[in-house]
Write a protein that binds this ligand. Sequence first.
Ligand code: GLN
Length: 505
Amino acid sequence: MPEIYDLSLSRVAEGLRNKEYGVSEVVESALARIEATEPKLNACISILADAAREQAVRMDKQGPQKNQPLWGVPVGFKDVICLKGSRTTCASRFLENFRPFYDAEVAVRMKEAGAVVLAKTNMDEFAMGSTTENSCFGRTANPWDLERVPGGSSGGSAASVAAKQVFAALGSDTGGSIRQPAGFCGCVGLKPTYGRVSRYGVVAFGSSFDQVGPLTRTVEDCARVFAVLAGPDAKDSTSARLDLHPEGLPEQDFVAKAGRGRSEEPADTLKGMKIGVPDEFWESGLTAEVEERCRDILKKLEGQGATLVPVSLPNQKYALAVYYIMASAEAGTNLARFDGVRYGRRAENPADLLDLYVSSRSRGFGEEVQRRIMLGTFVLSSGYYDAYYRKAAQIRRLLLRDFENALDLERGGCHALLAPTSPCAAWKFGSLSADPLTVYKMDLLTVTLNLVGLPGLALSAGLGRESGMPAGIQIMGRPFDEAALLRLGAVIERLAPGLGEPAGI
Ligand code: GLN
């Protein structure tokens, strides 16, 4: 008999509905798993054991609720998501003791769907970073190898899901922070189309980039959580006034077509499907093991009837620079609200108002966050605005045009584009951290989708031959067509070599 924590979200939700076990049993199983693995991982900032246990007792008394798709399922939230009454820190000394008095919209939706929030997960401070080393609560380890980074900035969410502490976790993706850690830890991560999921109550990093999305153990689980999160929200003026895919919820679609029967993939499942292979993503210094795993997937997709089409995204070469200019500019602006007056940490005995600002901010923010604020302030300063920010905004538009061309179905474009999520697998702690620029370069393959606002689904392509670590592959698709990504993702999940258990725990 597998332990309850071993089951997928879809399976555990079904078991709860059928009263195979109660919510308390599921919560206890997850808590025991957290207790066993957390000393090695440090994936959680807060473990909400008491509240979860109380909620479980209440739910068990009430019995399964048919209209709550995640009824009784323990989940984690990245600590950038406001949860009423619970500490929401963004892994920053600034907000170490901040307790929001309201729920983020995504938290409301997850609760309404019946999920039990078991943990607030570790992250890079204010979501800035690619390793989860920039956290004032210490780094999170990768469950596949405790000497390696889990990726970032949603590294706590990815590690927690991969280690089976929770059945799903929410992350946020501004430049890859869901997809990259999902790839590094061998789980599934979806960055929805910009505007698909409400940002209300999610502490802002880059407001024109940020999207919340699920990290899960399977593609089917990802569809289930996504279906809960997605949809318009009047409290977020950038949320799209669009319901889910016109052909229906991906969840329904999926459970019918793709959720079951792992080995029975008919040979022509993908007949008629055009999958774009953007040169710029495959020729950017990939390690041999990542390239090998991802090319294997391409071959297998061809074997299922898909046509691979070489495509070119000529402005991709500017993406990284454009991202770090624009995201830092937005970050610097968003973080201006942390002034020692309104939220969180306040310096003691300031000499005057300016000293209050300066001391609160110098002590409250870590090194990486201060670096972004300085960079952002510089590119927005009057003498440099035209040379940096304005130029970057123009190139952002050109990049979108590249994608529109590649994905334009009416003119023979592709249904989706495929690329690795990162040029390499998870690296060892400390090996790159002394060199911020090298770490930035590792975001080369993820930042583009945030610049153009399109959806991306990351999942595992198998273990790298050399490092033994998961290699991530990402599907990039048309706006608001997450359903198509999930369908293709389910096929890739069945074709990719299974990962087995994370070797580090
Ligand atoms: N690693 C990227 C950065 O540090 C992306 C972060 C994110 O998506 N939140 O900016």
